[in-house]
Design a protein around this ligand. Structure first.
Ligand SMILES: C[S@@+](CC[C@H](N)C(=O)[O-])C[C@H]1O[C@@H](n2cnc3c(N)ncnc32)[C@H](O)[C@@H]1O
Length: 278
């Protein structure tokens, strides 16, 4: 596997995904009952932004950096940005560390909640182990995500969120996600499933069709594009997150956040953001 998330940490796609993740967890935390978050492709817990990889790609400069420099932000970005600011307390207006999804999630858990984090890649698993070995709220696995997920469902809390965030290096990734969801949903039909995906290929249409065919209450599709797709010389410029069984009125929570993010990231007012049920 060639994929290394150190090159992409804090880019627009990471921030987009993590703002949605933080809002889903905050929504779950509105009820006293415990919940479980399952992070199937957790990556590392923290990414140093001064690392050689991040420095080389400079992707964080078109993602978290312009956001952390803003003073007035919508309420749906506040919980997320507070975590980033606390993590970078010693770096005024700049970024030293960007959190992975597991770090963000563990920070938002209450004492009654649990995180199950998985990564099949040895260095990422070792980093997770080092970070969470003394945390009784976090259980770690080093398995293939698509084999693991159906095997551990439902979580004992019977309430929860599953984040599926693969690297999309494998041309069959979309099919693997759909096949896994078909096995996972009968075991945990009430779970919230948040699936991140890049928007760059024609194959996206068949993904939408496959999502629509799943037996779920609703599928909320959030997308952001920072430029027009035909100008796609800058690498990834558009991505989405589909949320199966999205919490009630989640679209109203997340829409102002995505509008704001699009405003600060769009090149010449190009691209778009959207929040719609499919
Ligand atoms: C996009 S990164 C995850 C980023 C992380 N979720 C975040 O938001 O900070 C994808 C991760 O998936 C891991 N991975 C790739 N294929 C996998 C598989 N089949 N099962 C589990 N993990 C896998 C990679 O090692 C990589 O760390």
């Amino acid at each position: 596997m060639n994929y290394d998330h150190h090159y992409h940490a804090g880019n627009f796609a990471d921030v987009f995904k993590h703002v949605i993740l933080a809002n889903l967890i905050t929504t779950l935390a509105q009820k006293e009952k415990p919940f479980c978050v399952i992070d199937t492709h957790a990556g590392y817990n923290l990414y140093p932004i001064q690392s050689e990889e991040a420095h080389k790609s400079q992707e964080f400069k078109r993602g978290i950096l312009p956001l952390i420099q803003q003073s007035k932000i919508p309420s749906a970005i506040q919980a997320y940005l507070t975590i980033i600011r606390n993590l970078n307390r010693n770096a005024s207006d700049t970024i030293q560390y960007y959190p992975g999804s597991s770090y963000l999630t563990s920070t938002l858990l209450r004492s009654q909640d649990q995180l199950i984090a998985n990564d099949s890649h040895q260095p990422a698993y070792e980093a997770l182990h080092k970070a969470f070995r003394n945390n009784s709220q976090v259980t770690l696995h080093q398995r293939d995500a698509y084999e693991l997920l159906p095997a551990i469902l439902p979580p004992k809390e019977k309430r929860g969120l599953i984040l599926i965030d693969p690297p999309f290096e494998n041309p069959h990734e979309f099919q693997s996600i759909i096949q896994t969801l078909k096995k996972a949903l009968p075991r945990f039909p009430t779970g919230i499933y948040a699936i991140w995906y890049p928007v760059k290929e024609a194959s996206i249409t068949s993904f939408y069709h496959a999502i629509k065919a799943l037996p779920v209450k609703n599928s909320l599709c959030c997308e952001i594009a920072t430029t027009n797709l035909q100008h796609n010389l800058l690498g990834l410029t558009a991505c989405g997150m589909v949320i199966l069984n999205a919490p009630w009125q989640f679209e109203k929570t997340i829409e102002p956040a995505l509008k704001y993010l699009w405003t600060i990231w769009s090149l010449n007012q190009e691209g778009h953001y959207s929040v719609k049920y499919i």
